[in-house]
Design a protein around this ligand. Structure first.
Ligand SMILES: Cc1cc2nc3c(=O)[nH]c(=O)nc-3n(C[C@H](O)[C@H](O)[C@H](O)COP(=O)(O)OP(=O)(O)OC[C@H]3O[C@@H](n4cnc5c(N)ncnc54)[C@H](O)[C@@H]3O)c2cc1C
Length: 381
């Protein structure tokens, strides 16, 4: 079906699209925190968030809700292609971002729970586990300086029996990791944006933008255009659709959630196989996602959809390792789109005089998104 094409009426143009100071494209965690922060800096400004979906539809309403700032295998992997200063700099931003998110929304509205994060290691992963073990004192010192905690990482193999996993040999705890309720987080952000006086227009996709001498021209998918003085682009994994050539690669992730499981012993966030798999408890259920490493090429897409190879691997993991010997029913599946880059670093910069980019958050957006949004807003002033 061809998208509807029409012209803006005089009333629409003069009421909704007149005297705008800033348009934010994308109502994910970055776009909404940017709009809220901009309004706090410029209370009289007219700020409009333009969102293609009926709800935000990218990563922010589809993620796992890990309030994480770095598991040990992730950091060790980062250290193979980034300097230690860069890696610790990202950890620090994730940590600060989380504190800002918690301050902005409040732990109750976020349903924040500091249940810790664990990395699981099977028998075949003994070598990588030993590498982690050697680095614990060093990591605790350096990441302790960021988080203000003495021993962030520790081995807790004694907790293994209580979780009921099969074939897991070691557990490494990150005691400062938490979890949020992703749906509540986004609902609270939308509410905060509206309370701050931000207009959020849904179902409005931007097809093209151009910074001209008259302002930034935004062409919508309905065929009509508006010209505004400033634009902040917060479209993450969809960036190439409107700014071809930008170094942002979309990456799809598959996620499942089970029906409630009676007496579920799993509590906390769990990372497995270098972070390619992740699961947690929520409402007495298991949320499990990942497996992108099984099909990197097909998952390098900005189209939502399923991948049967990955989905069957997730079911296998669920039934044989996470909840062995239990009757488990899957409630539903979904996919979400990440924005990745050649380096694990968000882009927060001016693309031109009046266009600011705040995007490419990898798998870190719950943690780092508030900070990126706020930095983007400050650049847009
Ligand atoms: C399955 C999954 C699990 C994850 N788990 C975690 C986790 O546990 N912890 C963590 O920290 N991070 C996690 N992440 C990453 C995190 O969710 C993202 O980094 C973060 O949500 C990115 O936020 P954003 O606002 O930049 O982008 P998005 O949330 O993707 O928002 C971009 C918005 O822009 C809109 N848009 C795009 N193009 C246009 C257009 N042309 N016109 C108008 N609107 C447009 C989209 O509809 C979308 O709503 C996960 C991601 C996925 C997919």
């Amino acid at each position: 079906m061809q998208p509807l094409k029409y012209h803006l009426s005089y009333w629409e143009r003069e009421t909704f699209f007149k005297d705008i100071d800033l348009v934010v494209i994308g109502s994910g965690i970055v776009g909404l925190t940017a709009a809220i922060h901009y309004k706090s800096l410029r209370p009289k400004a007219k700020v409009v968030v333009i969102e293609r979906g009926a709800l935000p539809i990218g990563a922010s309403t589809r993620n796992a809700g890990f309030a994480c700032f770095g598991s040990m295998t992730e950091l060790l992997d980062d250290l193979t292609h980034m300097s230690e200063d860069t890696v610790l700099g990202i950890v620090e931003k994730r940590w600060r971002g989380l504190q800002r998110l918690r301050n902005l929304i409040g732990d109750e509205a976020l349903d924040y729970k500091g249940l810790g994060g664990y990395e699981m290691f099977t028998e075949e992963e003994e070598t990588i586990f030993q590498q982690c073990l050697e680095r614990i004192p060093d990591f605790n010192e350096k990441i302790g300086a960021i988080t203000g905690r003495k021993s962030v990482y520790s081995v807790v193999d004694d907790r293994l029996p209580s979780f009921g996993f099969r074939g897991v040999r070691h557990l490494l705890l990150n005691e400062a990791e938490g979890q949020v309720n992703t749906g509540k987080m986004m609902a609270a952000l939308l509410q905060k944006a509206r309370e701050a006086g931000v207009d959020v227009y849904n179902g409005l996709g931007i097809k093209h933008l151009e910074d001209t001498s008259r302002g930034v021209e935004l062409e919508t998918e309905y065929g009509w255009s508006i010209t505004v003085p400033r634009v902040l682009v917060a479209v993450n994994g969809f960036a190439q659709q409107i700014m071809p050539g930008l170094a942002v690669q979309p990456a799809r992730n598959q996620v499942l959630i089970t029906q409630p499981i009676a007496g579920l012993p799993v509590e906390g966030c769990f990372h497995y196989d270098r972070g390619y798999y992740y699961f947690r408890n929520i409402d007495g259920r298991i949320l499990l996602g990942g497996g992108r490493n099984l099909a990197f090429d097909t998952e390098a897409t900005d189209q939502f959809g399923s991948n049967e190879l990955i989905r069957s691997a997730l079911v296998q993991l669920l039934k044989t390792v996470i909840c062995p010997g239990r009757q488990i029913e899957i409630d539903t599946w979904w996919s979400g789109i990440l924005g990745l880059g050649p380096v694990k670093k968000p882009i927060v910069e001016k693309a031109s005089e009046n266009v600011v980019l705040a995007l490419r958050l990898s798998g870190m957006g719950v943690a780092i998104g508030t900070l990126v949004g706020q930095e983007g807003a400050e650049l847009s002033i």
